[in-house]
Every structure is written in structure tokens, then in C-alpha cells.
Design a protein around this ligand. Sequence first.
Ligand code: FEO
Length: 170
Amino acid sequence: MITKRIEDELNKQVNAEYWSAYFYLSMSAYCAEIGLAGAANWFRVQYQEEIAHALKFFDYIIERGGKVDLKPIAEVPKEWNGIIHIFEDTQKHEQIVTSLIYHLMDVAIEERDHAAKSFLQWYVDEQVEEESNVQAILDQLRMVEGKGNGLFMIDKDLALRVFVDPTIPK
Ligand code: FEO
């Protein structure tokens, strides 16, 4: 069983992960609008990753005998000021998600819930990868000032990303 406090926090995170999915889907639409098909693909894959993150929380709540409580998803932004701005926003968002996961871990420690701690460790590690992926793309984009041939090449790379469910062990 999980405590009510852990159950509430996990449900909040299900919502946050769905919000992230919606956020990245909106970014995908924006990139398609500005003619960056590769970036649109990258954000669509990111959207799929967030759904996988949400479902992992969802399954865990059920596995631990908790009650899933799906709240409405708040509206997401739909306009950015170009490709560098959109990846800066992605980086900021992933840093916020990391802090949410750390908060959850703090609660699990306070509640002496060792199973939740073990479960959450997966997200701690996943966030390291999430932040580092975005940093690498942002570095490249800044190198080419987000334009010209450089941007064209980066967009071609971003087009190659395919969804691999991160929650399925390799
Ligand atoms: Fe679910 Fe991008 O962290």
C-alpha cells in the first residue's frame, strides 16, 4: 500500500507528465509551422516519451493499490521565438521536471517508503539523460546561431530520432 500523501504526489506527477507531453506536442506543431520537419519529429518523439513516463506512474499507483486520479491538463504555450528559444524552453522545462522528481523522492524518504524510492530512482536517472540530450542540441544550435546551412543539417539529424519506449528495459 501507499500512503495518501504519496498517492496524491504520484497523481500530481501523472498530470505533470501529461502536461509535458502536451507541451512537446505543441512545440512539434510550431516546428512544423516554421518548416523544421526534423525538429517537429524530435518533439513528437519527446511527446511519446512523456506519455510513457506518465503511464509508468499510472501503472505504479495501481500496482501499489492506490487510486489513479486524472485531473484536467492545463493549457500549454503555442508560440515561441524561433528554434533556439524553443529548445531553451525545453531545457528550462526539463530542469523543472527534475525538481519535481526530486521533490517526490524527498516525500518518499519522509514517508519511509523504500519501494517508492526504488521506483523513483528510475526517473532520477532518466532526467539526467533528458537534460543532457537537450543540452547537446542547444549547444549545436547556438554554434550555428540557429540559422542557415547549420540549422538545415541539425534539422536533418533531428529527423532521425525514433521513439524507443524508455520504460522498457534494454
Ligand atoms: Fe517526463 Fe521529460 O520528463
